[in-house]
Design a protein around this ligand. Structure first.
Ligand code: 13P
Length: 281
């Protein structure tokens, strides 16, 4: 069943666990994630970046693919279809109009007043369609679509001002995490995370979940993190398994076998992360 993230994330915040957000890249990834989360009986957020959306053909393709998989595979868990790092009102609107149940408007490259204006515009449209909205304050840098490399940490004051002026459903404050692999250890500002959590009633989102040690993930969840975004770790896990397969099966040409050779490793990684996040239905 496709749902927005409102209840999922509020339940997670109150229950002190996190919902996994896994980025999808193609049919197989969506299928493997849905099958594994259904087997584990945990809700999941399928995140789609604008680049991945272009790669797969567009928002309508993705909506129809995901709803088709849910129907044909008898997926019974709550699933949210989420635009990751939407860069404009037009992009968020296109995702919503295609049937996405959740969007992130990432206006973090702008100064706060412009971030607020754009986020508010998206919230007004999204809420009129029962779609939930995540926003970003500060800037989470790294190596992903539409993401500039350098990070700027969020301040409590900016988070409070953005929340009060926009009515967002969840917030991703930049507090030291980055997209992609970390150079050295992830240095998260838990003090500010706790203050934001104490001040705002909405769930918090941790981007750049790859490579954050288990104890920091658990601590972040205790500080109000209710959604954790993972992309790079799944890619690296899948790629390693496929490379191993190709090294020992040089004659392999069937794309189903080549792509599918990463299935088990990907599913095992998903199960490991879900257990770390203590995700519940
Ligand atoms: P990682 O690629 O570091 O896991 O981050 C994913 C993410 O935050 C997607 O928005």
């Amino acid at each position: 069943m496709l749902v927005n993230t409102k209840e999922l994330l509020l339940n997670a915040k109150n229950g002190k666990y996190a919902i996994p957000h896994f980025n999808i890249n193609n049919l197989e990834w969506a299928k493997y994630i849905l099958e594994e989360c259904n087997k584990l009986n945990v809700p999941v957020i399928l995140g789609v970046s604008e680049g991945a959306c272009k790669y797969m053909g567009g928002f309508n393709v993705i909506y129809k693919m995901v709803t088709g998989l849910i129907e044909d595979l008898n997926i019974n868990i709550p699933v949210s279809l989420h635009l990751d790092h939407g860069s404009s009102f037009e992009s968020c609107k296109a995702a919503i109009d295609a049937g996405f149940t959740s969007v992130m408007i990432d206006a973090s490259r702008y100064e706060l007043p412009t971030n607020i204006k754009l986020t508010k515009e998206v919230v007004e449209y999204a809420h009129s369609k029962n779609v939930t909205v995540e926003a970003e304050v500060g800037h989470i840098g790294g190596t992903e679509d539409n993401i500039t490399n350098t990070s700027t940490n969020a301040t409590l004051e900016d988070c409070e001002v953005l929340y009060k002026n926009t009515d967002i459903d969840s917030l991703a404050p930049a507090l030291g995490s980055v997209h992609g692999f970390y150079k050295g250890e992830a240095n998260l500002d838990f003090e500010t995370m706790q203050k934001i959590n104490a001040s705002l009633p909405i769930p918090l989102v941790l981007h750049g979940g790859t490579g954050i040690p288990a104890e920091k993930i658990s601590y972040a969840i205790s500080c109000g993190i209710a959604k954790i975004n993972i992309n790079t770790e799944l890619q690296a896990t899948w790629a390693k398994a496929v490379k191993n397969f190709l090294e020992t099966n040089e004659d392999a040409i069937d794309p189903r076998k080549i792509i599918g050779s990463g299935e088990e490793a990907l599913k095992n990684k998903i199960a490991e992360l879900v257990s770390l996040f203590k995700t519940k239905i």
